[in-house]
Write a protein that binds this ligand. Structure first.
Ligand SMILES: [Zn+2]
Length: 276
């Protein structure tokens, strides 16, 4: 492993513009579970689909019941050494873009700037009617106020602020409307089957062209929205490097994969790049 880290540092050291993509693997040690096992198989029950949320009140009830419980835990997550290591590499002036598939905002909390939240952010909600955006923490208080005594006992916490909640509770939840117009409120995240912002995708593709390598941290690249950038980078001949414990989609495209947990590797990489 020492050799692989040394090799990675050596390859990164020569690069001045590293395009960084992060995934669920870097937030695991902040207590946020990942969707998939190391072999890329799905670990949890199927997540909410975008169209179902938009079209069916039953789906929204299911989402908010689970999210009421899940966010209670998720909202308290703190950055871990991976987030701080990336912030340090960025502060050293070596990062051209920091793109994350995570919706937890932990990069920003750790001091990173201009983070592109590819799949949105769970700390915000918006109204599907008037498009007003407001804090998920405020909405959580509204939700809790409307659902006093909603069971917050021992639950299984799932990725992205989700939790397992009994079906019987789902039907009982009272969902507050938009405080401004009473419209339907939606989390500011891209659900499965939803569309990633075209502006963000364009910005990411543009910044790839001004970079001299790609570093993927803690992502199996199973979701196309992240994988597309790796594919593009490979097409334009950028070296691809990764720190990821499990199997990755498109692994054959990479020049180097350090197959270890990010929290073991990233702090050492940041340290050595700083001291080198
Ligand atoms: Zn509204």
């Amino acid at each position: 492993m020492a050799d692989a880290v040394a090799q990675l540092v050596e390859m990164l050291y020569a690069k001045k513009r590293i395009w960084v993509l992060t995934g669920a693997g870097i937030s695991v040690s902040s207590g946020i579970p990942a969707y998939r096992d190391d072999d890329r198989t799905w670990k949890h029950s199927q997540p909410i689909q975008h169209d179902d949320f938009v079209n069916y009140s039953e789906t929204r009830k299911r989402y908010w019941a689970r999210s009421l419980v899940g966010f209670h835990h998720f909202g308290k997550a703190m950055p871990n050494p991976c987030h701080y290591a990336i912030a340090r590499i960025q502060q050293g002036g070596r990062v051209s873009s920091l793109v994350t598939q995570n919706v937890d905002r932990l990069h920003s909390q750790a001091g990173s700037r201009q983070v592109i939240d590819l799949h949105g952010r769970l700390d915000q909600v918006f109204c599907m009617n008037c498009r007003d955006v407001f804090s998920r923490f405020d909405y959580q208080r509204l939700l809790e106020g409307r659902n006093l005594g909603f069971d917050q006992g021992k639950k299984k916490i799932l990725p992205d602020g989700d939790a397992e909640v009994e079906e019987v509770l789902t039907s009982e939840i009272n969902i507050p409307g938009c405080p401004k117009c009473g419209g339907v409120v939606m989390p500011d995240v891209v659900f499965f089957g939803g569309k990633t912002s075209e502006v963000k995708v364009r910005d990411c593709l543009k910044s790839l062209k001004n970079s001299d390598c790609v570093l993927v941290c803690g992502s199996s690249l199973s979701v196309y929205s992240g994988f597309r950038f790796v594919k593009k980078a490979s097409e334009i001949g950028l070296p691809l490097l990764a720190i990821n414990k499990g199997i990755m989609r498109g692994q054959e495209l990479f020049e180097l994969v350090v197959a270890e947990a990010c929290e073991e590797i990233l702090p050492r990489v940041a340290e050595e790049l700083d001291c080198g």
